[in-house]
Design a protein. Structure first.
Length: 158
């Protein structure tokens, strides 16, 4: 392990709620756990809509209160552009979010049940485990004029 990973692990305390989110085009799946990897609450299925995001935020607050957690960290795969809407909502709500490498998720699946099968609930749990273990990155989402510059950089003139 290196210093950076140790620093990430040190941010997870016994009062930290860790949320793993499997991102998809229309429907997302989230699972919650504590710093030891114990699953908390039930699975949250929510749509990639404003109403779905509200339901997800309410689910987070409900679990946070039920288990008397002080902080929340959410982790997700940066799947296409589908994760950006949720990232903006989490930023507005001042909920910390990180991303995990999709290859790490793929390779970590078999560790618990010796099966490489893929399903959304399993992926959400694996993502939460990767966050707990400090195997994540904090994404930079540009704001204001920097967003426009990023879009302009992608435009091509033919």
């Amino acid at each position: 392990m290196n210093y950076n990973q140790n620093h990430k692990i040190a941010q997870i305390t016994s009062n930290t709620l860790i949320i793993g989110i499997d991102i998809a085009k229309h429907h997302h799946v989230a699972r919650a756990q504590d710093y030891r990897g114990m699953e908390l609450g039930s699975t949250c299925f929510f749509d990639n809509t404003q109403e779905g995001f509200r339901a997800f935020i309410n689910w987070i607050h409900q679990i946070k209160e039920s288990y008397e957690m002080e902080s929340v960290i959410t982790g997700m795969e940066p799947t296409g552009h589908y994760w950006l809407n949720l990232a903006h909502i989490l930023k507005e709500e001042q909920i910390k979010f990180v991303t995990v490498n999709p290859l790490h998720v793929k390779h970590s699946k078999e560790l618990d049940d010796n099966s490489p099968t893929k399903n959304d609930v399993k992926d959400a749990i694996v993502i939460a485990q990767l966050v707990k273990d400090g195997r994540n990155a904090e994404p930079t989402i540009p704001q204001g004029v920097f967003t426009d510059l990023r879009v302009a950089k992608k435009l091509r003139i033919y």
